[in-house]
Design a protein around this ligand. Structure first.
Ligand SMILES: Cc1cc2nc3c(=O)[nH]c(=O)nc-3n(C[C@H](O)[C@H](O)[C@H](O)COP(=O)(O)OP(=O)(O)OC[C@H]3O[C@@H](n4cnc5c(N)ncnc54)[C@H](O)[C@@H]3O)c2cc1C
Length: 728
């Protein structure tokens, strides 16, 4: 099966990426059966893809077959993920986006737009020019038009012509043999793939050689490229330094549009069509009468220089104060001196580097860049917290705050904007307003949420910040902003194994309570995919409904899947380790990871590898049976046993783990502690391992009771009881 064959099915992994989403749209228009998934599902992009007819997959555990899997390059940096995907789709060919684009390009008369900077804008301007002229063409851009008037990609069966933005970062550019290559400019970058400028230039020179009708060069292309004279249609008269990228992009896109029109015997355009712009590249926000904030994607020294030059000419009266975030250790390390030079011209505040999952390297860090700036005598400082940054930014008339970079700097910029616009608000009010804007209405956000309402012991103080994220993207944003703001975070499920201190929690408590977190999808053969917020009761009952054995022990445990996995919950000789296949998590850096059952290292009430992770969901497996009546009987037995042995007052279930070969309840009972009471906390008369509470009980009462019970059991039985519940 190949492109163009009816029923051809592809899966795009990382489909929300700016290179992947347009490719998905193009393939869909071409009649391909397109499926998409992403670890970081940006709702706006996902919705665009759905509108374009792409089938969205929340996970890849369902039994699906594809003719090809197309991968975003980001996946290649994650060996474990690659291995998992290959195991998941063993007989399916895998392609990186760049290689697949080259395959598509070979079906068309393709004009590719490549180069270090401005290729997305140049491609969008070229497409916009040709569309406005009514010229039929297919295209794949690397971004979305801001006005959404035209899609980011299209397939037009009437025309052999294709315009395509091509990325040089991973060298997949070497597989292209286009009709015409348009090279905007060249600067050393992606040093993990290019040793030096000479190697980069050679790759592009070879591209020109392969281009059937040659190349058009933009300003900023090195002299080496011009040596392929016979192949060059047009070289710019203007040196790069005197023009901004936008000006040169406009000229270049007009030149290329006219070249394509001429090839088709059509008259030239005299000027460019009105251009709506491309998302995420640049945004100007007004903060006061003559006070601006500019957010720009510039993340290379040449882009910084060009931006600063453009700002000086466009806002000559404005004092520039820069905020810069280095993106990737490898880039910052290799180009650090150039970054320092480019940034030294204006007061500059650095924020912590954005590693993009690269291994940490001091030589490519913000603090190392700061040293270089200081050596150059620049007015520079490093701010590791948005509030420190805000204090150092100088407000006033005739000022422009320039936020440049490609990491999480937009988040910092939005925080600063919120701070500047609401000077009278407290830090907590700012947090609330900032996150309301960031997450929209669908996520629940609250300050000072009483946590006694969220845990089954019904005690404890409030969470300073509280959120119930609507979906995975909202959770990822909350965790990302908490990292920036250095706010401690805890995830909770149903709070049925938790004690909250009377002082509450001076951080962010996140509860996975929205419907998205409670999904349960049967995968066949006794397997399920379940979200971390799924109540265990629904899990056990659904397993019964699907005649799957193995989940009955969960009947009556009032927790969620996330909480149960986190502590390997169990009862009556079974526990979570017996039904888990793999757990999907986020690590503390926000990266999605999968852990198999063996990797988690489950033991009695322990799941060591999950301790430092945020659990998103899991695949579970039971045993399919023909007759579910035995499951029903087992569940009835469990329920009756609980009703007859466990108290009905608020508790967190068993307070202590059973010592090996014994029962904590038996030891507490033998120590004569049933009914022992401190404040409102009491050892249950019905089950000695349950500490129960009444109204107005304080967490301190429970703490004191735990202490008493432990020391009495130790005195009498010489056994130290270990607490089962966790403390927030
Ligand atoms: C009446 C009663 C009976 C009980 N019976 C049993 C029993 O028979 N067997 C048993 O094992 N337990 C029992 N428990 C204890 C409790 O119900 C279980 O431990 C349950 O699995 C906890 O789930 P939860 O969602 O309430 O977790 P929570 O109490 O909300 O959280 C527990 C821990 O898990 C962490 N956590 C929760 N969700 C996530 C996530 N998505 N990612 C990362 N970390 C997370 C929390 O931070 C916390 O550290 C009982 C409790 C009660 C009140």
């Amino acid at each position: 099966m190949d492109l163009g064959d009816p029923g051809y099915r592809v899966l795009l992994v990382g489909a929300c990426g700016m290179g992947m989403a347009p490719l998905a749209i193009y393939l869909k228009q071409r009649g391909v059966d397109v499926h998409g998934c992403d670890d970081y599902p940006v709702p706006a992009t996902r919705d665009r893809l759905r509108q374009a007819g792409v089938e969205w997959l929340d996970h890849l555990h369902a039994p699906l077959h594809f003719d090809a899997v197309i991968l975003s390059r980001a996946i290649a940096y994650d060996a474990r993920r690659m291995e998992w995907l290959h195991r998941r789709f063993p007989d399916t060919p895998f392609h990186f986006r760049g290689h697949f684009l080259a395959h598509i390009a070979s079906h068309h008369k393709t004009v590719i737009i490549a180069g270090s900077h401005g290729k997305t804008t140049t491609t969008a301007m070229l497409v916009n020019n040709l569309i406005s002229r009514g010229f039929p063409l297919s295209y794949v851009m690397g971004g979305f038009f801001t006005d959404n008037q035209h899609p980011a990609a299209a397939f037009d069966s009437r025309s052999p012509w294709m315009v395509m933005e091509v990325d040089e970062s991973d060298r997949t550019i070497e597989s292209f043999t286009p009709e015409l290559s348009v090279i905007t400019n060249l600067d050393l970058d992606h040093v993990d793939h290019y040793r030096d400028e000479a190697e980069l230039t050679e790759v592009f020179a070879q591209l020109i050689d392969r281009s059937r009708q040659g190349a058009v060069l933009g300003a900023g292309c090195p002299a080496g490229l011009g040596q392929r004279q016979s192949k060059i249609h047009k070289q710019p008269a203007r040196p790069a330094t005197t023009a901004t990228f936008t000006e040169t992009n406009r000229q270049l896109s007009l030149d290329v549009a006219n070249w394509i029109l001429a090839q088709n015997g059509l008259s030239a355009m005299t000027g460019s069509a009105a251009f709506p712009g491309v998302e995420r590249r640049q945004e100007l926000r007004q903060l006061g009468a003559n006070h601006w904030m500019l957010c720009d994607y510039a993340h290379h020294p040449s882009e910084i220089k060009a931006l600063a030059t453009w700002l000086s000419t466009t806002y000559p009266d404005c004092h520039q104060q820069w905020v810069f975030q280095p993106h990737r250790y490898s880039r910052t390390k290799a180009l650090r001196k150039d970054f320092a030079l480019a940034l030294s011209k204006h007061p500059c505040l650095l924020i912590p580097e954005y590693g993009a999952f690269e291994p940490s390297d001091d030589e490519g860090s913000s603090s190392r860049l700061l040293q270089d700036l200081i050596e150059l005598g620049a007015d520079a400082a490093l701010c590791s917290h948005p509030e420190t940054l805000f204090e150092k930014l100088e407000p006033g008339n005739h000022r422009i705050w320039v936020f440049a970079g490609a990491g999480d700097i937009p988040l910092w910029a939005s925080w600063i904007e919120q701070r500047q616009r609401c000077p009278g608000d407290t830090a907590d009010q700012i947090w609330l307003a900032f996150h309301r804007k960031l997450l929209g209405e669908s996520s629940l956000l609250q300050l000072q949420m009483p946590l006694s309402r969220k845990i089954t012991l019904k005690v404890g103080g409030a969470a300073r910040y509280y959120a119930e994220p609507a979906d995975r993207h909202a959770l990822q944003l909350l965790l990302k902003s908490a990292r920036c703001l250095q706010i401690p975070v805890r995830l909770i499920g149903n709070g049925s194994n938790l004690l909250v201190e009377d002082e509450g929690f001076s951080g962010l408590v996140i509860r996975l309570n929205a419907p998205q977190w409670k999904q349960l999808e049967p995968l066949g053969e006794g397997r399920f995919y379940a979200g971390a917020g799924l109540p265990l009761k629904i899990l056990s009952r659904s397993a019964l409904a699907h005649a799957v054995k193995g989940f009955a022990f969960l009947e009556g445990i009032p927790g969620t899947l996330g909480g149960a996995l986190w502590m390997n919950a169990g009862a009556m000789g079974s526990d979570m380790s017996m039904v888990v296949e793999a757990v999907e998590c986020l690590d503390r850096n926000g990266k999605v990871c999968f852990l198999t059952k063996d990797e988690i290292g489950f033991s009695y009430r322990k799941a060591p590898a999950l301790r430092e992770l945020w659990i998103l969901g899991a695949t579970l497996k039971g045993i399919p049976v023909d007759d579910p009546s035995s499951i029903q009987e087992e569940m009835d037995r469990m329920r009756d046993h609980r009703l007859s042995t466990q108290p009905s007052e608020p508790s967190a279930g068993c307070m202590f783990k059973n010592p090996q070969g014994d029962s904590a309840g038996r030891l507490i009972d033998l120590a004569g502690l049933k009914g022992l009471k401190i404040g409102g906390a009491r050892v249950s008369e019905k089950h000695a391992n349950f500490l129960v509470t009444e109204r107005h009980t304080r967490a301190a009462d429970i703490r004191a009771l735990i202490h008493q019970v432990k020391s009495r059991v130790e005195q009498i039985h010489h056994i130290v009881l270990e607490q089962e519940i966790d403390v927030l």
